[in-house]
Design a protein. Structure first.
Length: 178
């Protein structure tokens, strides 16, 4: 019995000595890269310094009798110029504020007593932009110091009965250059 116990113990010691052991590296290298741009781009809406997008006049009947119906789709461009030539793209993000409906991501009508519609934005692929969550927010390709993207603004009904009235809204945005 002692010989069996001694043999088992001897086998265990030899196995432990021959087992591979984990080796940890004692040093490593972290490499960093980056880009420093000279300046931001000049931004214009529809190649104009006014930055106003005029939506057409529409009739309440254009919305039918359901919330979420749209009318008055109007294309506009966000034009970038005089960008640093190392700029490859610009990510557009909308600035949180009182004009954004945080549930739908649409822009609220700021006109007191105005129509009960909101303004909805779409990207160049016609996907609805949620200005609250940034879903489908555009990325503007930049080459040779210029870039442009086409967006669409349209009225969207918020109730089954759309009311007549004025519509005004605005939204701030920032560009992150890459």
């Amino acid at each position: 019995m002692n010989k069996t116990l001694l043999s088992t113990a001897l086998v265990a010691v030899i196995a432990a000595a021959l087992a591979p052991t984990a080796q940890a590296a004692s040093s490593g290298t972290i490499n960093f890269t980056g880009k420093v741009l000279a300046d931001t781009c000049v931004i214009k809406i529809n190649n104009s310094a006014s930055n106003v997008v005029a939506l057409p006049t529409v009739m309440t009947a254009a919305f039918g009798a359901a919330a979420g119906n749209v009318a008055g789709a109007t294309n506009f461009t966000v034009d970038l110029s005089n960008c640093d030539t190392n700029t490859a793209s610009a990510n557009m993000a909308f600035t949180a504020g009182p004009s954004i409906d945080t549930t739908s991501g649409n822009l609220k009508n700021a006109t007191v007593g105005g129509s009960n519609v909101q303004i909805q934005l779409l990207n160049s692929a016609s996907a609805v932009i949620n200005t609250s969550t940034q879903a489908n927010a555009p990325v503007i390709a930049v080459s040779g110091g210029t870039g442009s993207t086409t967006l669409t603004a349209q009225y969207v009904s918020t109730a089954t009965a759309t009311t007549a009235g004025l519509v005004t809204s605005s939204v701030g945005f920032t560009l992150t250059y890459l």
